[in-house]
Design a protein around this ligand. Sequence first.
Ligand SMILES: [Zn+2]
Ligand SMILES: [Zn+2]
Length: 448
Amino acid sequence: MITPLQVSPLRSSLHALAPMGLGTPDVESLVSYYCRLAVSHATTTDELGRFVAQAMRLELAPEFDWHARQLSGLRDAAMSWSSALSALTGVAGLDGLTFLPWREVIAQNGRSLVASGQYCPLCFAEDLQQARKPYFRLAWESSQSTVCHRHGTQLRQQCPSCARTNIRHAAAVVVPGWCTKCGEFLGRAIEDPIPQADVGALWKARQIAQLVAAQHSLTTQPCRASMLRAVEQIMAAMDGGQAAAFARRHGLGKSTVHHWLKGPGTPKLDVSLSIALHSGLSLVHLLTGDLSNWTPPTCNAQLALPLELPARPDRAPARQLDWGDIEQQLQAILQLPEPIPVLEVARRLDVEARQLYLRANRLTRELGARWVSYARSRRDLRLAVIGPHLEAIARDVLAEGKSLNRREVAKRISPEMLASVPRLDAVLKDVQVRMLAEQGACGSGTAH
Ligand SMILES: [Zn+2]
Ligand SMILES: [Zn+2]
């Protein structure tokens, strides 16, 4: 008899912490969010990593290694972790705490993040003064930020108390703002004057800060084709369309520029900063390909030549997803009599499962919970049906004096039936223990 499914009510497995500073230059990084989440559950960062990996294995199978520490970057790990944390906290859009919104327009190669973590002591001090929990800013994670965009102070990687490095977050127990090695507050009053930033470093820090502030209100994901179109127009206006002159100006080989324009290449962040600096365009406008208010700097005006640009083969532009429509489809799938796993839903809608967790969080979590509960009861049902059969086989195998293992069972059962038993080895162990216990009971019953 098939029992009706018990769908457990949807609940958050992890606290729904609100991210700090969304939509501002001081937006929190995902590394920070992850550390604060561990603190709020009174657990270690390692334990939280294991929990996330275990909880998400059913739906996603990404690399879950917290120690990779590229959580806030723009590679696959950032996507996996932000979507997993969105799935488990119920807080949608946690990719907004990473550089992912720019992944089409910033090259992913090279060392883009500061692995050991840097911080501004004055920002930490201000957090406490303003009765806020100290947190790491996303802007600090970029290796292009060397100073604080607000205080103009050098970002630090060293503890002012114990003078050790790698003290910000690379530890099992992390309370953002306190040294992971000696436990001192990193934002305490600093006796030695902090060196002030040079103008160039401050300009870069402000560009990065504007970038992370802007990503919260992007309506479409910045795409490579638009960005490279802007680069070509800048090259035409400032270097007469000459790739060699343009490359020289930015300290690049001509082949690198060629690789962007004719091949699949994308400029690295430091190069985009150089283009922004020379052209007087902001980094955000360059990466979004927005030249609407741009005029070439006047000192180069004599170089500006009207040029007919050759047609360039573009990579297929990123598909713009209609989330209203996707939510309607998810709603319809939720009504299907037979639940389906989120990965299959994603395949049918031609969207990544991770995107579903980030953008259609509530519905996707509901679908996931429904599937998990269904899969569980289906497994229980299968075991109830096949259990007596397995016991009979086990009796035969043991009666022949053989050991009860997968190979012996496989000789006596159809492959389909064998495949339908989840975790066969554990089930066989259970059967064997039960039968030995029964034999023991019979033995003691006949002894007297
Ligand atoms: Zn600061
Ligand atoms: Zn310390």
